[in-house]
Write a protein that binds this ligand. Sequence first.
Ligand code: SF4
Length: 157
Amino acid sequence: MTSYPQQLHYSSEQVVWQEVPDEVALAYTITGCPVGCKGCHSVDSWPIGSGLALTEDYLQERLAMYKGLITCVLFLGGEWQPEALIKHLKRVRAEGLETCLYTGYEDVSLRIREQLTYLKTGPWIAEMGGLDSPRTNQKFYDLRTKQLLNCKFLTGE
Ligand code: SF4
């Protein structure tokens, strides 16, 4: 059985404007993704425990630093370490920010969903494209309203 460290680890941290519609999000690419999509753009983030530890203290520090500048925190993965992810999601919400998870699975547990404002589901399938493709298999939900927000990603070509 695969064994993960207690902490989430991340390979990239950046502020993004397009990944979560109408939100300015601080995004973390969490390492150790077990989904294995063919053509994944983040293969370098697959090794378990690679990158830097996303400790509670570090996250709190970043939330304080970005206070008033961001409206959401986006986790690109991390559902494979549910306890650590849930702890971070609760902390983000306690700061009054929205939460978003991009998962390559078709769904996540109710315990994780309960801590999310937004959820993107589905693996990367090159022929179908990402959220900006009308043929995509991926789905982006606002879990407050259960609304599918894929239309917000279409560029209208
Ligand atoms: S879910 Fe995302 S990170 Fe994981 S293998 Fe698929 S594309 Fe890559």
